[in-house]
Write a protein that binds this ligand. Structure first.
Ligand SMILES: [Zn+2]
Length: 76
């Protein structure tokens, strides 16, 4: 059973509860009896923080600058 950390915004105490994932979002009550608590992200890894953005596009260098005299043997 995963463990969830909570912090009470009334008294500032932190506490942990073991509860199922189905109850993860249920409100937790502080050991002091306060109900104004927030869940902390500590032990449970949360995925989904995908950073959007366009992929970097590498400039394709080059560009054949043709010409020159050495192609055809004019240089000797
Ligand atoms: Zn409290």
């Amino acid at each position: 059973m995963p463990r969830y950390d909570f912090r009470c915004r009334s008294c500032g105490a932190t506490f942990e509860l073991r509860r199922t994932m189905a109850q993860a979002n249920d409100p937790a009550v502080c050991p002091q009896g306060h109900e104004d608590t927030v869940k902390l992200l500590s032990t449970v890894a949360v995925t989904g923080a995908a950073s959007g953005g366009a992929p970097r596009q590498a400039p394709s260098g080059g560009g054949g600058g043709g010409g020159g005299c050495c192609g055809g043997g004019c240089c000797g």
